[in-house]
Design a protein around this ligand. Structure first.
Ligand SMILES: C[S@@+](CC[C@H](N)C(=O)[O-])C[C@H]1O[C@@H](n2cnc3c(N)ncnc32)[C@H](O)[C@@H]1O
Length: 172
């Protein structure tokens, strides 16, 4: 089963993430992440809102260690079994990060925080790991070029009404 098929089997009201409603990310994640479904990897997501994306990752990556970070807690959050949730401002925190296979920035989505995420997290990615920045606005090129890292930008067609329905992928 892919991560998109898992999401589809229980739906938005169970997984409570916008990664397949306002955004188009789950088909890409299904391809990128399939090799890690049962592997003992470590995953970081920054910006976890009501924890729905962590629930999806817990159920898909059955042997992964999953870390979510958010600077706010939200009423109506879904229950979790394994994922660790850290409440703090990720971008100004001095907390040491462990080695990571998958890292997703789904935080405040301004370009300054997106670049800060890459600078902070990329050094912690293991060889073969994938860093993802979600919800990247048009005009990203000059900003992301300034990082000096090869990256892939994926916009979706046909375009949705979301100007930021765009991913940046950086492989290590
Ligand atoms: C789009 S929501 C995340 C959605 C979630 N990943 C999902 O798929 O359902 C963005 C989240 O980023 C969090 N956030 C904003 N600024 C932050 C910061 N400085 N550090 C950590 N989290 C932050 C917000 O509180 C919010 O929960």
């Amino acid at each position: 089963m892919t991560i998109e098929e898992l999401y589809d089997s229980k739906g938005f009201y169970y997984f409570c993430t916008d990664k397949k409603t306002h955004h188009s990310y789950l088909p890409i994640y299904s391809e990128l992440f399939a090799k890690w479904e049962k592997e003992p990897i470590r995953i970081l997501e920054v910006g976890v809102y009501k924890l729905g994306s962590l629930r999806l990752m817990e159920e898909y990556f059955v042997n992964a260690e999953i870390i979510g970070v958010d600077n706010t807690t939200y009423e109506g959050s879904v229950p979790l079994n394994r994922a660790q949730v850290i409440i703090e401002d990720f971008y100004s925190s001095n907390r040491e990060l462990p080695p990571l296979h998958i890292a997703i920035d789904d935080g405040p989505h301004d370009v300054a925080s997106q670049l800060a995420f890459v600078r902070k997290v990329y050094p912690k990615m293991v060889s073969g790991g994938i860093l993802v920045v979600e919800d990247v606005m048009p005009g990203f090129k000059e900003h992301f070029d300034s990082l000096g890292l090869p990256y892939t930008a994926i916009a979706f067609y046909p375009p949705t009404d979301q100007a930021d329905d765009r991913l940046i992928l950086i492989r290590k």
